[in-house]
Every structure is written in C-alpha cells, then in structure tokens.
Ligand binder design. Structure first.
Ligand code: PMM
Length: 251
C-alpha cells in the first residue's frame, strides 16, 4: 500500500504567515517527506475542513504552483489536491503527475474533460457539496450502498468524459458529508470499494471520527488504521505524518 503525504499550503498550516515563509516551510516539509520514503506528495492550497470558506483561484495557484515546481525538481511524485480544472492544469504543467479532486468532478464542469485531455491519473472522491455546509448533507439510507452508488455515477461521468479506466482512482471521502458512524461503516466495508475494480485511496488522517480532542491525539488511531487497511487491498492512504505509516506497513 502506498503512502500519500499531505502538504497543505495554507496559512493555518504554517503559522508565521507570509507567502515566502509559507513556500519555504512547505518545500522543507516536502523534502523531509521524500527522505521519509513518501510515495506521493499531495499538495493543496484550499482547506476542505467542515465549515471552510473557499479561496480564490489566484490564491490557490499562488500557494501551490511554486511548491510543486520546486518539489518536482527533487524527484517527488506529486498530486494536486484541487476542485478547479485551471489549478489542476497549472499543477500538471509545473510537474504534478496526479489530479486529486475531492469533488469527483462536481465542483467544476471543466474538470473531467481537463483530466481526460491531460491523460494523468485522476482521483474521484465521494462528495456531496462544498465544505461550508456539508455536515447537513450527512443523511443516508445505507451509507455504504449510497456512497458506492454515488461514486459509480462519478466513475461513469469520468469515463464518459474520456478518462481512461486505468487512470481512474476512487476515494470514499471519509469525513465529507459523513458523521462518525458513517465513516466507520465505510471503513468496515472497505472491501466493497476495492471490489469496484479501481485503486482505492482512503483519507482518514487525524479526522474527528477517530476520537480524541486534538489532531495530535488522533495520530495513533490514524497509524492503527493504516495498519488495518494495509491488508485490505486499499491502494494508498493519505496521511499527515509519513514515517510512522511507512514503518507500520513494513513491520
Ligand atoms: N481529505 C481532505 C483533503 N483532501 N483528498 C482525498 N482524496 N481524500 C480525502 O479524504 C481528503 C482529500 C481533508 O483533510 P485535511 O484537511 O486533513 O487535508
């Protein structure tokens, strides 16, 4: 199973602020992740936490593209975490290899066709709407069946847009319009997602459903989950700390 390291280039991730500090700190963390054996670095410039407001396209591009260009020089495989086709295209031009779209093509009408034209792997996550009010959309009959049905619609849309089957990766969208019991139900049934026949990415790192009052307190639960997912056929986990995950997977 691969380890995708999270590199959020947002002011709240690098506390002392300022564009240059943000760039330096992000590149330093990226280089550290490479040394720790990361398989993919997921660079994002827009927070998708519950309640988060959107950032402008200009801001997203200004945050992410210089970091991608620099880390590509260090030989990293980079994904761009964006809902915007324009940002995705700029990132691929700058050296990113994979598009990670938490909206599965729903946020930007141009995204699926752009991914098809660029012929790069495309991660389609299960999503029901922007983070600002997604918690109110956590209503399911059978969460596993419903998420699979909605993901299948995104798979069909991606294939219709011309994305090649072997370029498509799926993600159940842990924490996106889902409460704790939904997230656990999905994790308990992760083999049903693997059976769909596409590589499966799981992004559960330090999310609230893991318990604990702070993200740090959720770290051990995240590592335990990686160990558990390591035997399920899941393709990759998207995590904040790389080293403990590489270690637990090789132990
Ligand atoms: N979660 C977040 C951001 N991007 N991308 C994918 N594919 N899957 C996820 O679960 C996912 C994502 C939000 O988490 P963060 O705020 O800790 O980065």
């Amino acid at each position: 199973m691969l380890v995708m390291g999270i590199l959020n280039v947002t002011p709240d991730s690098f506390a002392d602020g300022g564009r240059h500090n943000e760039f330096e700190a992000a590149v330093a963390r990226g280089i550290e992740m490479i040394a720790e054996g990361v398989d993919i670095i997921d660079v994002g410039g827009e927070s998708t936490r519950p309640g988060a407001e959107r950032v402008s396209e200009e801001e997203e591009i200004a945050r992410t593209i210089p970091v991608i260009a620099e880390l590509a020089k260090h030989g990293a495989t980079i994904s761009i975490d964006t809902m915007r086709a324009s940002t995705a295209e700029a990132a691929i031009k700058a050296g990113a290899a994979i598009i990670n779209d938490v909206s599965g093509g729903l946020a930007d009408d141009a995204m699926l066709q752009t991914a098809a034209r660029l012929k790069v792997p495309y991660i389609a996550m299960h999503w029901r709407g922007q983070s600002k009010d997604m918690n109110s959309k956590a209503i399911y009959g059978d969460v596993v069946n419903d998420v699979i049905a909605e993901l299948n619609e995104r798979i069909d849309a991606a294939l219709d847009a011309g994305i090649q089957k072997d370029k498509l990766i799926i993600d159940p969208g842990i924490g996106f319009a889902k409460d704790a019991e939904h997230n656990w139900a999905i994790i308990d049934a992760i083999d049903r997602f693997v059976e769909l026949g596409y590589p499966v990415l799981v992004g559960a790192s330090r999310k609230r459903f893991l318990g604990g009052d702070t993200p740090d307190e959720r770290e051990q639960a995240t590592i335990d989950l990686t160990k558990r997912l390591g035997t399920t056929g899941v393709w990759a986990v998207r995590v904040h700390s790389v080293k403990p995950h590489k270690e637990v997977l090789s132990s």
